[in-house]
Ligand binder design. Structure first.
Ligand SMILES: [Zn+2]
Length: 178
């Protein structure tokens, strides 16, 4: 006999993913351009939006990769070209400390919250290592909030050290005077 919960779990995985109503999010101005924001509180584990677009064969997207940053590879066979403005998922910016994650089910890509998100908060997910290497590698610095904060903390530390050194030096040269 089939175990009920096991069967229910299988059925659940077969169903198409249904995101929250559109009213839960809004496109707004973010520090790096446009971003997607929570318009209402979003519970942990909620499917916020789908990442939609034209379904392409992954092998056909190699030529597009340098010009289109909205390609999302589902697997070796299928890639979604999410460049269309109808795709709410494309407005979500990368963060190295995100509040959501992307996941796929069959040929659907969706963005799911990994913690409670308050109304007004920007929604972010980690684009993955490939993104950081391909788009940011050597050319640009990551502009996500946590990286900007980390860099400013590092700069502050360097300034502090330099100030301490300068002070010590000044102290020494004072001591040397008669
Ligand atoms: Zn970052």
């Amino acid at each position: 006999m089939l175990d009920g919960t096991w069967f229910a779990a299988i059925v659940e995985r077969m169903k198409p993913v249904k995101p929250l109503p559109r009213s839960h999010v809004r496109v707004g101005r973010s520090r790096t351009g446009l971003g997607l924001f929570a318009a209402k509180p979003i519970k942990k584990g909620a499917v916020i939006v789908l990442y939609t677009g034209k379904l392409l064969r992954t092998k056909d997207t190699v030529v597009l990769q340098d010009h289109n940053r909205y390609l999302y590879e589902i697997n070796k066979r299928w890639t979604i070209d999410g460049a269309t403005r109808k795709n709410l998922g494309r407005y979500i910016n990368h963060s190295c400390r995100p509040n959501a994650e992307s996941d796929t089910r069959k040929r659907q890509i969706f963005i799911r919250s990994t913690r409670k998100i308050n109304a007004g908060e920007e929604i972010n997910y980690h684009y993955g290592r490939d993104y950081l290497v391909n788009w940011l590698g050597g050319r640009k610095k990551c502009l996500c909030v946590s990286c900007i904060r980390r860099r400013s903390e590092e700069r502050a530390l360097v300034r502090k050290r330099a100030a301490r050194k300068a002070k010590a030096k000044a102290g020494k040269s004072r001591q040397r005077r008669p």
